[in-house]
Design a protein around this ligand. Structure first.
Ligand SMILES: Nc1ncnc2c1ncn2[C@@H]1O[C@H](COP(=O)(O)OP(=O)(O)OP(=O)(O)O)[C@@H](O)[C@H]1O
Ligand SMILES: [Mg+2]
Length: 234
């Protein structure tokens, strides 16, 4: 049974004005538990809008978004907050770590709002940062900061891991390492992962790629034999 069902999801801005924007214009898809999906699209296609709605950071204008059977489109602010705390792990392009907290404190803070979190220290070890627990973000490289951000998302033991251009700020070698790590962790922790990107190369590694353009899913491809991360050139 799918754990995500999206049906005719729409997000309109400035409704009824000349500046009306159809950021999502009737999006439908299902996701099975444990799938690793890349959503590919150009700038302005609606990728972040979609991810923000799936993550409970924004509300759709209409349509359905069922997460484990519940229609999130009907949620009020309190229910959305609960969703963000308990069910969603989010990874951003620019890490968004708390600058005045160490790596371990950033991850522990995230664990503290979750329902069944993993151990913060163990999770940081799992992303390869055993020796960096007590460093502040400013004392870490970009790739290391993104590892902390991945640990912060994963430690919550979320139902859904959402990544918005997770390698967008990194050089190609570091980006490839982060992508490998995400795929490896998704498998080990059995997490459903959605990665949005405008980088078509990244799509080559995923078993399923959805292409979004002008707020619509224009392609939904299953690729039974994806490339390995070290086989793609960025
Ligand atoms: N708060 C808002 N008010 C009005 N329009 C918005 C708002 N947020 C997004 N949009 C519009 O919705 C469309 C989709 O934006 P979105 O941020 O989802 O694109 P994206 O695919 O993530 O692009 P990028 O790759 O540049 O991050 C764009 O036309 C954008 O201008
Ligand atoms: Mg975006």
């Amino acid at each position: 049974m799918p754990n995500i069902v999206v049906k005719d999801l729409k997000k309109f801005y400035n409704v009824g004005t000349e500046a009306e924007v159809h950021a999502l214009d009737g999006v439908s898809f299902d996701v099975e538990p444990g799938e690793f999906i890349v959503i590919l699209g150009a700038s302005g296609a609606g990728k972040s809008t979609l991810l923000n709605i799936l993550g409970g950071m924004d509300q759709a204008t209409s349509g359905e978004y069922l997460l484990s059977g519940e229609n999130v489109v009907k949620y009020n602010d309190k229910k959305l907050q609960e969703l963000r705390r308990k069910k969603i792990g989010f990874v951003f392009q620019f890490y968004n770590l708390m600058p005045n907290l160490t790596a371990l404190e950033n991850v522990a803070l995230s664990a503290s709002v979750a329902e069944n979190p993993f151990d913060a220290e163990e999770t940081l070890k799992d992303v390869g940062l055993k020796g960096r627990l007590h460093n502040f973000p400013s004392q870490l490289s970009g790739g290391e900061q993104q590892r902390v951000a991945i640990a912060r998302a994963l430690v919550k033991n979320p139902e859904l891991l959402l990544c918005d251009e997770p390698t967008g700020a990194l050089d190609s070698k570091t980006g490839a390492a982060i992508l490998s790590l995400l795929m490896e962790l998704a498998e080990r922790y059995k997490k459903t992962v959605l990665v949005v990107t405008h980088n078509a190369k990244i799509a080559d590694v995923a078993k399923r790629v959805m292409r979004i353009a002008d707020g619509k899913i224009v392609e939904d491809i299953h690729n039974p034999s994806p490339k390995k991360v070290d086989e793609i050139s960025w």
